[in-house]
Structure formats: structure tokens, C-alpha cells
Write a protein that binds this ligand. Structure first.
Ligand code: NIG
Ligand code: FE
Length: 415
């Protein structure tokens, strides 16, 4: 199929965009893209490709923007229930960490998730994935982390694998057994850390080799935070995971600066995420590393907190900056990357072009898939969006709605 007449075809060609280089959209005016066997076969101007492929069936983009699908590199999409009551408590003055310390927060979603069957979990998650797709997300990272015991965590992992196989949304799985200290270990976080290292990680590895042989291992992530896992515990878990061959991610500096970002760089993690309270020295270290800095602007927005990721400092240091939704029932139930872009423009001071690159090619790098997705280049998956607007700057500028008219995944229009 030849997609023609794109006012702007945003190719995002040339790989992940570091530091001040962020925002290279690779715009082709009056652009066209040739899609064959689920992949991009060629991009160019409409006259060029029409001339080269005269018999190819056409699809007229009608003078609208054509761009890569969004990649959402940080979500907690598999969960049951909701926490609307906590939202109300926060509005009445309780903080997120206070609610968590009182046994609510993540732990309350753990109770709901443990009580749900695989079918219920999949049904609730599938509905969210459908809405994300319609809003333009064609690949999402999804974490476990609402089980906090081996079998419950593996059930969440199974839901992720089955939903990925079902499609059309492509999922990149992450094991987050160290998302919170479960009630049973309330006074013994070191004991739970040992359980994660000695029992859970080896079991996840064995389970994976049996259930998904040949597939790349999932990421292992830790919530390094006051009230969750301290730096030493995070280090133990991530070192153990790395020794077993897992690629790494870290939740770092969402509320307090514990050193998780520095650790992510030291251990060669694929990404360090949140990064609100990150120290200047760690920002420098991130800037010199290949660890992608993933900003989650929906989270401070969702918590009505004033502090956002210091994106300008990360860019000045040369970092690879991505943005994600952080979709989760506690801090940020956002199924729309366009809204994350709108926040990134305002609170991270990104231009629409920078926000688009952060949500496509750099987001793909954050999940180790920059060779397959995140840009429209020959050989890559044909995961693309046709917007209902003709200028890419409408993304970010307009918010609260959906500017995505059509979504293509692996060469098929799915919405
Ligand atoms: O990324 N920070 C830890 N995890 C989520 C919150 C999860 C929850 O509250 O259920 C986050 O913000
Ligand atoms: Fe998170």
C-alpha cells in the first residue's frame, strides 16, 4: 500500500536523539510511505513514490500529518480495580507516601489484583489497551508489580504475554516484583528483598524459559524510593537480575533522591524513570550514558505536585530523553500519550517536535526496540498514525482530546 499526500510525513529517521539534538523530525512535505508485508518499504515525497510505484494501491492521507505510532515506555497497565477513594483522600490533604505508609496505595491495588482471575485481569487490561491504541500508542511497556508474591506476579506476566500475542498492541514486559514491600514483610523489607533475589528472580527466569523460549528476557525494575526499596536493596535486586541476564530499569527520584539514577547508569540499565529529584551529578552521569531518561509528566500532574523532571538540564547534559504515561491506578491513570506530550511541552518546556521525538524514537530506545519501531524508515515495522491535523505542532498545543484519526500496526489499519 502507498500512503500518499501527507502534509508532513514525520520520519524521525536517524536513531535515538541525544541532548540538544532532540526534535529532529525528518519532515517530508507532501510525503508518502510504501508499506509492504507489515513494514515500511520506502519513504519519500508523493510524486517520487507515485512515479516509482505506479501500480501500488493508494491510501490518501488527505493532507494530514503521518507519523510513527507512539511508544509508551513506562506503564503499569495490568491491574484490577481502581483507587478513586485515594484520589479523594489526597484532595483532602493526605500525601501519596502517607497513604502508602498507612497500608493503602500500591498495596490496595495488590489486594484487588491478587483477587482477580487471569480472565478478569486480561479483560480489564484489554479495554485499557484498546483505548491507548485509539489514542495512538502502538507499543507499550507493561510492568507486573501488583502481585508481590511469585505466583501472583507470574499471573500478571502471563496476562502481559497473552495480551501481546493477541495484539494488535505490542507489549514489552517488565518484572516489577520490587514495586512495594508486601504487608506480610511490612517490618522486614530486607527479608522481602532476599525473597525477590533468591526465589522470585530465578523463578521468573525458569518460567520465562519454559513459557517464552527464545524471546528476549523481560526487564527487571525496582521502585527505589522512601517507603519502598532503599538504594542498597535496589542494588542487590538489580545486581542479581543482571547476573541472571535480565535487562534493567529503575524507578528513581519520584519523591526523594536516593541515588537510583546513578545506580541505573552504573549498572547499564536501559532506562531510569521519573527523575524528578535527581541530583546534578546524576544528571551529568545520565547525560554521558546510554541509559534513557524517562520523564513521566502525568505523575506530578496526577498528584497535583509542583515538581517535574528537569528535562532541560538532562538535555544540556546530553541525555537521551523519553516520555511515558506511567499509566497506573494510583498516580496517573492516563491512557493517552497526547496528554503526556501536552504536559511535557508546558512543564518540561519541550517543543512539540521534541516531545514527539521523546515519545517515539527515544521511547523505543528506552525499551530496547529502537531498531524495530519509533521511526518511519525502510525495514522498520509499519506502525504509524494519520492525524486529523496538518501541522505536527497541533500535538502538545491542543489537549484533552484525540488528534489521531487512523492507527496502523504492522501494516494493518486497526482503527
Ligand atoms: O510509577 N512509583 C511507583 N509506581 C507507580 C505508582 C503505582 C501505584 O500507585 O499504584 C508510579 O507512579
Ligand atoms: Fe511507574
Amino acid at each position: 500500500m502507498l500512503i500518499t499526500n501527507a502534509s508532513q510525513l514525520l520520519t524521525l529517521a536517524g536513531g535515538p536523539q541525544r541532548g540538544p539534538d532532540l526534535g529532529r523530525l525528518g519532515i517530508i512535505e507532501n510525503g508518502a510511505a510504501l508499506v509492504r508485508a507489515g513494514r515500511i518499504a520506502a519513504v519519500g515525497t508523493t510524486p517520487e513514490l507515485r512515479y516509482a510505484f505506479p501500480d501500488e494501491p493508494g491510501y490518501d492521507a488527505g493532507g494530514m500529518v503521518v507519523m510513527p505510532g507512539f511508544v509508551d515506555p513506562h506503564t503499569h497497565t495490568v491491574f484490577a480495580g481502581d483507587r478513586a477513594f485515594e484520589f479523594e483522600m489526597r484532595l483532602q490533604g493526605k500525601s501519596y507516601l502517607e497513604i502508602m505508609a498507612a497500608g493503602g496505595g500500591i498495596i490496595s491495588t495488590v489486594q484487588a489484583t491478587r483477587a482477580a482471575s487471569l480472565e478478569t485481569l486480561k479483560a480489564e487490561t484489554r479495554a485499557r489497551l484498546r483505548r491507548m491504541l485509539r489514542n495512538g500508542t502502538t507499543t507499550a511497556e507493561v510492568k507486573t508489580g501488583y502481585g508481590l508474591e511469585t505466583q501472583a506476579e507470574l499471573l500478571q506476566m502471563q496476562a502481559i504475554l497473552e495480551l501481546d500475542a493477541e495484539g494488535p498492541m505490542e507489549l514489552a514486559p517488565t518484572f516489577l516484583g520490587a514495586h512495594a514491600v508486601p504487608a506480610r514483610y511490612k517490618d522486614d523489607p530486607a527479608g522481602y528483598t532476599t525473597l525477590v533475589c533468591k526465589e522470585m528472580l530465578p523463578e521468573v527466569l525458569a518460567w520465562w524459559q519454559q513459557r517464552a523460549p527464545g524471546k528476549p528476557l523481560p526487564f527487571v525494575d525496582v521502585f527505589c524510593e522512601t517507603g519502598a526499596f532503599d538504594l542498597a536493596q535496589t542494588r542487590r535486586i538489580l545486581q542479581t537480575a543482571r547476573n541472571l541476564g535480565f535487562p534493567l530499569k529503575v524507578h528513581a527520584d519520584e519523591f526523594d533522591n536516593l541515588g537510583g539514577a546513578g545506580l541505573a547508569v552504573e549498572l547499564g540499565a536501559a532506562s531510569a524513570d521519573h527523575l524528578v529529584k535527581t541530583s546534578p551529578a546524576e544528571i551529568e552521569a545520565l547525560g554521558k550514558s546510554d541509559t534513557v531518561a524517562v520523564a513521566l509528566p502525568c505523575t506530578p500532574f496526577g498528584l497535583a505536585e509542583p515538581h517535574y523532571t528537569p528535562a532541560q538540564a538532562i538535555l544540556a547534559a546530553g541525555g537521551v530523553l523519553a516520555i511515558a504515561s506511567d499509566l497506573n491506578p494510583g498516580t496517573a491513570w492516563c491512557e493517552n500519550m497526547q496528554f503526556a506530550l501536552a504536559l511535557a511541552c508546558r512543564y518540561l518546556r519541550l517543543t512539540p517536535a521534541q516531545a514527539i521525538a521523546a515519545a517515539t524514537i527515544n521511547a523505543a530506545a528506552a525499551i530496547g526496540r529502537a531498531e524495530q519501531i519509533g521511526s518511519l524508515e525502510p525495514g522498520k515495522q509499519a506502525d504509524l498514525l494519520i492525524l486529523s491535523v496538518s501541522d505536527h505542532r497541533q500535538l502538545g498545543y491542543r489537549f484533552g482530546g484525540n488528534l489521531v484519526a487512523r492507527v496502523m500496526k504492522n501494516g494493518e489499519f486497526i482503527s
